[in-house]
Design a protein around this ligand. Structure first.
Ligand code: FMN
Length: 398
């Protein structure tokens, strides 16, 4: 394996899968535990209003802390979003029976969310934020909540005051994605602000933003040495084996067959979650996901075999796999990011246009010279514009 720049004294940081709405559902979280095993994962936000959800949360939203408690290799942090501490308390109460703390989203930049004063909308006025945090602490209890926030609403100059306020609270941890709401995904996450937070708060600070490979992790370690936990979002979609790379400092290599099998497993997991969620829970209980498959082709082959037999009733070869459209759309969503870590041939837009798994597999196979050739997963900054919301500089057509 090609060794990346040697880090003589790597500080052991906890690595987490970032919450991503529309992406990190139960099936995706389980799949990441198969590819490269994060230490923890966060659910995407569950939007809480006056009458939704009413006392019970959707069964698969945080299954890892209920039916699957202790059965997954990663810890799960449930995340809620809302504006009213009382409403949030209604839903946090059952979660807190099974989880040490619940995370509250104070960072979502979407206009609809901000328009209803939730997410990063809470950061716009300091007094509103203070009242909200005080209410949350009263209702949920000291150290029974954490928050995930941005570094400001309009500008980063707002950060010191926001931080002073946060540091006074008794929360379980603070996750900081150090961009303002205004910045959305332009510019970079400011790890010097994450460092400032880690030096100011008496509770752990989790760093978020722009970790895409070992090198970028090392850079953040230099800038924010006291941060002991980080989460990876878009970088994990670009390289689903990133947690392996971050732990070993080695570039991940895998065969094209492993790539196909892992994505076929992802497709089937999505089908099971959509059509028979209780079967998915049973499969976890049976220990089907106990072992990380990593880059081991045989382990993926065995898992794929078991999944098809248990779900469809018989083995189906990947070249004949038919999954429902939404499940295949999820595969393409992962592929849209993953392809940027492979060699440029895989950026072929054809692979995003195909409508079924067998055509997708054919497309991948057509890009490799020899079936046992090892594909390297390497972060390539030339494709950042696709994933950052920044404008294409004209060199790329995708
Ligand atoms: C598609 C997508 C959905 C997201 N959904 C959430 C969410 O539900 N809750 C949250 O706190 N952050 C959410 N985020 C923000 C990420 O958790 C993370 O903080 C941000 O993307 C920066 O990290 P990255 O550079 O590793 O992606 C989302 C990000 C993306 C790209």
């Amino acid at each position: 394996m090609p060794l990346l720049k040697k880090n003589e004294n790597p500080k052991k940081r906890e690595l987490g899968l970032a919450p991503m709405e529309g992406v990190t559902c139960l099936a995706t979280r389980l799949w990441f535990s198969l590819t490269s095993q994060p230490d923890f994962a966060m659910t995407p936000f569950l939007r809480v209003t006056r009458d939704y959800p009413w006392k019970r949360v959707p069964s698969t939203y945080a299954a890892e802390i209920f039916d699957l408690k202790g059965l997954t290799s990663y810890r799960l942090i449930p995340q809620l979003m809302g504006t009213s501490p009382s409403d949030l308390e209604r839903i946090a109460t059952p979660l807190l029976k099974n989880s040490n703390f619940v995370d509250i989203n104070c960072g979502c930049p979407s206009p609809k969310v901000v328009g209803s004063h939730a997410g990063s909308g809470l950061l716009e006025k300091l007094e509103v934020f203070e009242e909200f945090l005080t209410g949350i602490q009263e209702k949920l209890g000291e150290s029974r909540y954490s928050i995930k926030m941005r570094s400001g609403f309009h500008t980063n100059d707002e950060f010191p005051k926001l931080l002073n306020l946060v540091a006074k609270m008794k929360m379980s941890q603070l996750t900081l994605h150090a961009r303002t709401r205004q910045e959305r995904y332009t510019s970079f996450s400011k790890w010097n602000l994450i460092d400032m937070a880690s030096q100011t708060c008496g509770f752990p600070v989790v760093g978020s933003g722009d970790i895409v490979d070992s090198q970028s992790l090392e850079n953040t370690m230099g800038q924010a040495p006291m941060v002991e936990k980080i989460i990876v979002g878009r970088g994990a979609l670009r390289n689903p084996w990133i947690f392996q790379e971050l732990r070993t400092n080695e570039i991940v290599q895998l065969t094209s067959r492993t790539l196909v099998l892992s994505l076929a497993c992802y497709a089937v997991l999505q089908d099971i979650l959509a059509n028979n969620p209780s079967l998915l829970l049973q499969l976890v209980e049976k220990g089907l996901f106990e072992k990380t498959c990593g880059t081991d082709e045989n382990l993926w082959e065995q898992l794929y075999h078991k999944l098809t037999v248990l779900y469809y009733g018989h083995y189906i070869e990947t070249k004949s796999l038919v999954v429902e459209r939404p499940s295949f759309a999820r595969v393409k969503m992962i592929w849209n990011s993953l392809r940027s870590s492979l060699n440029s041939g895989f950026m072929d837009p054809f692979l995003l246009r195909v409508n079924c798994f067998p055509d997708f597999e054919k497309g991948i196979v057509s890009k490799v010279q020899e079936s046992n050739e090892l594909l390297s997963l390497k972060y390539s900054s030339q494709y950042d514009w696709i994933y950052s919301g920044a404008k294409n500089n004209g060199n790329e057509q995708n």
